[in-house]
Design a binder for this molecule. Structure first.
Ligand code: BGC
Length: 483
């Protein structure tokens, strides 16, 4: 092939891979939108249905609970029925959940059978909770199956950026949800539209995924070598297709995979890394900022709701922009350097935020220091723990147990998310505002030490090289980047 033909082939491959990754990453958009939208919608729902604090918590936390359930029960499904089918079913759940919650009745429903004297009343809000739970289940599955699918489709040298397109879409989904909430916040029953809009990307995802192939690695794990070869020829250069097939073949044993295999001694270090990264991604406080940014800004002295909400949209934008920077850097500098720099930035900005609340003399400047620290914090998260948690868990597990192992790390992520969201306001009350932020800051420092001691560098390695290293029993952290 001449250089011209080679270039044309390279661009064809690039277009093909980016299209596939982009479509799958719509799952991330839904994840971000549906977790973000509730902050605005709840204000209307609580007024319309005269909700108690408990019922409000039910509406807000049903998604998180659903996500834990979804992630917990789907690992085997992704391994058995494939990544693509799992995403399609998930997208259906997203669509039904969005439409169902948007169409929830205005009044409680009475169900009565006069013959048997049976009578029950279903509160209207229970319908919302139920459909939000369904959306949560979809989020739980989508949050890891989309990165899993993209990582198995991608060539090693650009895998970091491609998988992190999913995180980029999460951050875009969050901003879109803030904007939709903001624009609709003037009307009356607008919460219905806020929920209903989620159906649009869900339908695009269904149509898009139906037209895409499954991942070549999953196809090979099911013995579908010809189909896998077809997919690889869309995503790899002609001369490297057979090499990729041989490599994947080497990692496939004969026996059916089971949960027991996930807990084999040689895989335990990888499980530990996945679960601990989930821990650090959540306990360093990201969602206290994502969910409570307006509250923090109001504490800091911004009197008007509007300014607080606008500042929150700014936070969302910085999250998006810095995720783009992460995508650009991940395959150049590697995962670990970004984790170090990002977590150091998070620790410093949390320290500063604590100081701002600690020193009464700063009161005039407090609000600006608070905004500055929150922006630095989100920027640091966006180049590190945000994308890299989802990326690493899509890289470090062996093919035959990848779905199951990722589902465990994902359950941990949503579980820690729930714990932090449920304890943040109490923590502020008990430790004081500075104490709460310093605690998250101290945990960021612990995250840096953890990364140094246990996290592998996966830059440039094929998934099969990573698996070989893990199975050889060598410590994960000794895995070094491919030059
Ligand atoms: C986290 C979410 C968080 C989001 C913010 C994701 O990687 O898992 O909990 O809300 O990033 O960008």
């Amino acid at each position: 092939m001449g250089p011209k033909a080679e270039n044309a082939a390279d661009s064809r491959i690039k277009v093909s891979i980016y299209t596939i990754a982009f479509i799958a990453a719509l799952a991330g958009l839904l994840f971000g939108y549906d977790t973000g939208v509730i902050s605005g919608a709840i204000l209307f729902i609580k007024d319309q249905f005269k909700l108690t604090a408990g019922a409000q918590e039910g509406v807000v936390s049903s998604v998180l609970l659903g996500a834990v359930i979804g992630a917990a029960f789907s690992g085997g499904i992704a391994d058995r029925f494939g990544r693509r089918r799992s995403i399609i079913v998930t997208a259906l759940l997203f669509a039904v959940g969005a439409i169902g919650s948007a169409l929830a009745p205005n009044l409680n429903m009475d169900i009565a059978y006069s013959q048997s004297n049976f009578h029950i009343t279903i509160p209207a809000v229970a319908v919302i909770i139920l459909f939000r739970l369904m959306i949560g289940i979809a989020i739980g599955v989508a949050s890891y199956v989309a990165p899993l699918y993209i990582s198995e489709i991608s060539p090693a040298d650009i895998r970091g950026g491609l998988v992190s397109l999913n995180q980029l879409m999460i951050t875009c989904g969050i901003v879109v949800s803030y904007l939709v909430d903001y624009m609709l916040s003037m009307g009356q029953q607008e919460w219905r539209w806020m929920f209903g809009f989620g159906a649009i990307p869900a339908l695009i995802l269904i149509v898009g995924m139906i037209s895409l192939p499954d991942s070549p690695r999953w196809l090979m794990s099911k013995g579908l070598v010809e189909q896998a070869r077809g997919v690889l020829s869309r995503t790899h250069r002609k001369e490297s297709v057979e090499e990729a097939i041989n490599e994947i073949n080497k990692t496939l044993g004969q026996k059916e995979c089971s949960w027991a295999e996930v807990f084999e001694p040689c895989l335990r270090p990888a499980l530990f890394v996945g679960i601990m990264l989930a821990f650090f991604q959540q306990v360093t406080g990201i969602n206290t900022i994502i969910y409570y940014a307006p509250t923090i800004f109001e504490f800091a002295g911004f009197a008007s709701h509007n300014v607080a909400i606008l500042a929150t949209i700014g936070v969302g934008m910085v999250n998006v922009l810095m995720t783009v920077v992460a995508i650009w850097l991940l395959d150049k500098v590697g995962r670990k350097p970004l984790l170090y720099v990002g977590m150091a930035g998070m620790a410093l900005s949390l320290g500063m935020l604590g100081v701002a609340f600690f020193l009464p003399t700063l009161s005039g400047a407090l609000k600006w220091i608070a905004v500055g620290s929150v922006l630095c914090y989100i920027a640091s998260f966006a180049v590190s723990l945000g994308p890299i948690f989802w990326l690493l868990i899509a890289e470090i597990y062996p093919l035959r147990v990848r779905g199951r192992a990722m589902s465990l790390a994902t359950v941990a992520n949503w579980g820690f998310n729930m714990i932090v969201a449920a304890t943040f306001l109490t923590l502020m009350e008990k430790l004081g505002k500075p104490g709460a932020f310093w605690l998250y800051g101290a945990l960021s420092v612990a995250g840096i030490i953890f990364t140094y001691l246990f996290v592998p560098e996966t830059k440039g390695k094929t998934l099969e090289q990573i698996e070989e290293h893990l199975r050889s029993g060598k410590s994960l952290r000794t895995l070094k980047a491919q030059a």
